[in-house]
Design a protein around this ligand. Structure first.
Ligand SMILES: Cc1cc2nc3c(=O)[nH]c(=O)nc-3n(C[C@H](O)[C@H](O)[C@H](O)COP(=O)(O)O)c2cc1C
Length: 165
């Protein structure tokens, strides 16, 4: 089975969750930023797992990411702006045939969802959901992840692999 985990991440929280999910899936599951997840890199994927932070109560756009760049506030470290938003990546996702799962990182009490939109985008490209989407919690505006979330992500990855069997 070819599985890939694709992420957008400004401060590394979503990237850390993506790595843990890939560990849970096992095999040689690739972990790719939205810049690395080219049509060629994901071609023939049986399972695409994709995730992003929840921002402004929704799936962030490139415009929203630019506004973080231009109005950084007081983040612990500069945001990683090396890859496009998940929204842009989904808009350009080539049609395929496989299964999918979506996740988001977020503050626990926030309204809104990024993962629902990711799930819809993956499905529209031909990757039918294999699981309900997952949420992983950060304790502040730019992280860090709440204790236990990385383990939870690993477990979810293992469950996805099981569901694919
Ligand atoms: C400009 C901005 C807007 C945000 N909006 C939300 C939000 O609406 N809901 C929420 O739960 N978290 C929100 N967050 C918190 C992010 O979801 C959280 O920082 C995320 O886990 C960061 O992931 P990353 O380190 O992978 O970029 C926001 C953070 C920033 C910087």
């Amino acid at each position: 089975m070819k599985a890939v985990v694709v992420y957008q991440s400004l401060w590394g929280n979503t990237a850390a969750i993506a790595r843990a999910i890939a560990e849970g899936i096992g095999g040689d599951t690739a972990v790719l930023s939205t810049a690395e997840a080219t049509g060629e890199a994901i071609a023939g994927a049986d399972l695409i797992v994709a995730g992003s932070p929840l921002m402004g109560f929704t799936l962030p756009s490139d415009k929203m990411v630019r506004s973080v760049r231009d109005n950084p506030g007081n983040p612990p470290e500069p945001p990683d702006l090396s890859h496009p938003s998940m929204r842009t990546w989904l808009d350009a996702l080539p049609k395929g045939k496989g299964r999918s799962a979506a996740f988001e990182t977020r503050i626990w009490w926030s309204p809104g969802s990024a993962a629902k939109k990711i799930s819809r985008g993956l499905e529209a490209a031909g990757y039918a959901p294999i699981s309900k989407h997952a949420r992983f919690v950060v304790t502040g505006r730019c992280g860090p992840l709440r204790d236990g979330e990385v383990e939870k992500a690993r477990q979810w990855g293992a469950e996805l692999a099981e569901a694919m069997r």
